[in-house]
Design a protein around this ligand. Structure first.
Ligand code: NFA
Length: 101
């Protein structure tokens, strides 16, 4: 009587790691015009006028505001582009990034 032994199932489910997200943070300064900040937020981060205005006012009042979260490369590229947009107009506007907890 042939004995049939089922082969062990060895298919492995590899754990899919979610990439860590990084915040883009808008810093307040005393020189960049409010409208320009709103324009940059709309252009670089695809925000509505309302959203952009709220983020600008929050940074203006509290010193900083989280704009959005992205994977590290995207966050760094957007922060650099947005900071460059200010620099091109002679403004000290700054966007930084930091990893989420
Ligand atoms: N504080 C700037 C002003 O009063 C506006 C501003 C807001 C700048 C947010 C940078 C970031 N013109």
């Amino acid at each position: 009587m042939p004995e049939t032994t089922a082969a062990p199932r060895t298919k492995t489910r590899l754990k899919t790691e979610r990439p860590k997200l990084h915040k883009v943070i808008l810093l307040n300064d005393d020189f960049t015009p409010r409208d320009f900040v709103v324009t940059v937020l709309k252009g670089e981060f695809h925000m509505s006028e309302d959203q952009a205005h709220r983020v600008m006012i929050t940074a203006h009042q509290r010193g900083v505001c989280v704009v959005a979260v992205f994977t590290r490369d995207v966050a760094e590229t957007k922060a650099t582009r947005a900071t460059e947009a200010g620099k091109a107009k002679g403004y000290p506007l700054q966007f930084t990034t930091e990893p989420e907890e």
